[in-house]
Design a protein around this ligand. Structure first.
Ligand code: PLP
Length: 402
């Protein structure tokens, strides 16, 4: 791959914020001291260690305030993926004598899906819950899937591909009801909130969750840092052994700059969210309505209202998503097809397939996720070039069927 002079000159419209975001200047500024000055190890007893420990505790408190939880319930990890693994493996390995059944949805991120599949190979039984045509999990159906040996339910807060927001609080209530009626503490309830963290409320009590994952890289914070909220009463087995960092649940010297960055980013995102959501919804509405009006045979994937304010996922029927991506890339517009993690293979997205849509709908699906710097001018530019590109790609790629 080469970057040409033309590449460097061209307009750049980044519409892939669900894959990752840049770091906000305020976040970078907050992180900086921890690379050069406050470099001590929080486990060291001298002053350099103590000042690092104070910063670590402060970041933990910030996040606990936003989650409405205790500081001791916040575990820092190396990524959203690690937090998801820690939640699933951690509960499964701790409580396998109580039951070996776990429920997840069919549209979970691979960090959950592939972890569940690994547990399946280890002798756990996984129920992959269906979603409706908008990607919604039905809380009553979920409740029916709970068995006496179900130890964990994991349903994402908002989907990374189609933006659908799941009824987490409702699901949480159903699980509480099951526990009450059956006089059991199981199943525990985990939610992957990586995509939701920048836009939705994260109060764990209102959500009725026992475990929750977030990360830095989707909320204008650093990559390679995550959080797992774990209710005090829930016990887990660690994935990583070594020192006694993170309450003995995640060994290894803390990524203090990353942790401070994540806490700062989360605070900023949560503070701005109402205003920013409003702004994004306007752009989102315009993008969806204009595509529906100006390009024939398109379909919006995901729920029309219950969706993240920055997510637009459309199928342009009869056009290859990958070809659309490349033509848009050539215009300086960066989008994704399906999930970024699967963009190296041509398997249809498991999320689009789970909506019950035929194979060719998955292949023609593109995701545009807006961000803090996305302007109306950007959207107008996309709307100017997309119909032409869609027409061109449709002419060259006849609908692929299985
Ligand atoms: C990005 C993402 C992850 C993985 O987070 P990493 O920090 O990249 O490991 C997990 N779940 C969801 C929903 C995500 O969007």
């Amino acid at each position: 791959m080469t970057i040409t002079e033309k590449d460097k000159m061209k307009k750049e419209i980044y519409l892939d914020h669900a894959s990752t975001t840049y770091i906000l200047p305020e976040v970078e500024k907050a992180m900086k001291p921890y690379y050069q000055n406050i470099y001590g190890n929080p486990s060291s007893l001298h002053n350099k260690g103590r000042e690092a420990l104070i910063a670590l505790d402060k970041a933990r408190e910030k996040i606990a305030n936003i989650f409405n939880s205790r500081s001791s319930e916040i575990i820092f990890t190396g990524s959203g993926t690690e937090s998801d693994n820690l939640a699933l493996f951690g509960v499964a390995k701790k409580y396998q004598d109580k039951g070996k059944h776990i429920i997840i949805s069919k549209i979970e991120h691979h960090a959950i899906l592939h972890t569940a599949q690994a547990l399946e190979k280890d002798g756990f039984e996984i129920t992959y819950l269906n979603v409706d045509e908008d990607g919604l999990v039905n809380s009553k159906e979920l409740s029916k899937a709970i068995r006496s040996d179900t130890i964990l339910v994991s349903i994402m807060y908002a989907n990374n591909e189609i933006g659908t927001i799941e009824p987490i609080s409702e699901i949480g209530k159903e699980i509480l009801k099951y526990r009450r009626e059956n006089e059991t503490e199981f199943p525990y309830f985990h939610t992957d909130a990586c995509q939701a963290a920048g836009a939705l409320d994260l109060g764990v009590e209102k959500l009725h969750v026992d475990l929750m994952t977030i990360n830095g890289s989707k909320i204008y914070g650093p990559k390679g840092v995550g959080v797992l909220y774990k209710k005090k009463s829930v016990k887990i087995k660690p994935l990583i052994y070594g020192g006694s960092q993170e309450f003995g649940l995640r060994a290894g010297t803390e990524n203090l700059a990353g942790i401070v960055g994540l806490a700062t980013a989360l605070e900023l995102a949560q503070k701005d969210k109402e205003k920013e959501n409003k702004r994004l919804i306007k752009l989102q509405d315009k993008l969806i309505a204009s595509i529906e009006k100006n390009i024939p045979n398109v379909k919006l994937n995901g729920h029309r209202q219950k969706r993240l304010p920055n997510n637009v996922n459309m199928t342009i029927l009869g056009a290859e998503g990958e070809a659309l991506l490349l033509y848009l890339d050539n215009e300086g517009i960066y989008i994704s097809t399906g999930s970024a993690c699967t963009s190296f293979d041509l398997d249809p997205s498991h999320v689009i397939v789970a909506l019950g849509l035929p194979y060719e709908y998955a292949h023609g699906s593109i995701r545009m996720t807006l961000g803090k710097k996305t302007t109306e001018e950007d959207i107008n530019y996309v709307l100017k070039v997309l119909p032409e590109i869609a027409k061109k790609v449709r002419e060259m790629s006849p609908v692929r069927t299985k």
